[in-house]
Design a protein around this ligand. Sequence first.
Ligand code: HSE
Length: 304
Amino acid sequence: MISKVVVKAPCSTANLGPGFDVFGLALDAYYDTVTLSKGGKGIRIQSFDSIPLSVDNNTAGIVIKQMAKKFKKDGIIVKIKKGVPVGFGLGSSAASAAAAALGFNSLFNLRLDSNTLVKYAGMGEKASAGSIHYDNAAASLLGGFVVVTTDPLNVLHLIPPKDLVLCIAIPMIPVPPKKTQLSRSVLPSKVKISATVRNISNAAAIVVGILKKDSVLIGNSIKDEIVEPARQHLIPGFAKVKKNALQAGALGVTISGAGPAVIAFATSKSNSKKICKAMEKGFASAKTECHTVICKPSKGATVI
Ligand code: HSE
């Protein structure tokens, strides 16, 4: 009988432009590690990072609590080591939630299917985002590219092309508490049919690009006329960062998830370092420092 499991889950980017709350891509850049052990009574969270340690306010804690209730288990110690920067739009809460769901499944040998694991991981997202959405959690759990459909929840999982490269710029700005709630509150309640049509066409083209392993088609279709225009004012220098990255050869640029990180899509033929430098200059024009990282898509959460 297993008494301890260690799970590593990747960060992710959600939306990819037109796929708001539907698309997710796991990224080989940062990882959270969650260790689950059997012992004692109740659920205890332990971490040296500055994250909530109460079960009901911790993304992994919520997942474990729901799963423990459903599968009638008790006495679980949850150790969390954050590697994903918290609050920048890289699926930090989802990474811990995904690792927790996979870890619980493994610790108690439940053999749950991936949709069920995503459902539990999504519950953890509620702690930070205020609403359940599964894009980051699904990507972090399953890896690669995901399309999430709801009612009923069904995650379609696809392998992205090998030559897809992502350049991420993370601005060093203070992240407001409940950032995702804030960035969802600025979204329009009504949208133009013309913008909707263009978003749908670009979203469809991204899926075709993934299926045909065409990174150029993917990158050229990262265009969002609905969410990005409503959110960009929350990111200092966004317009310049985007313009600079496109001029430096990025195929498409958008906000990573709810931001404030900005993500540029490129291929292994692009000059990724030049794109990163261009994004840094864009942020500098708004007197904002940023940290850049070049990465590839990642596989999903794994028991290590
Ligand atoms: N799809 C979500 C959003 C991801 O953009 O609000 C944030 O976690």
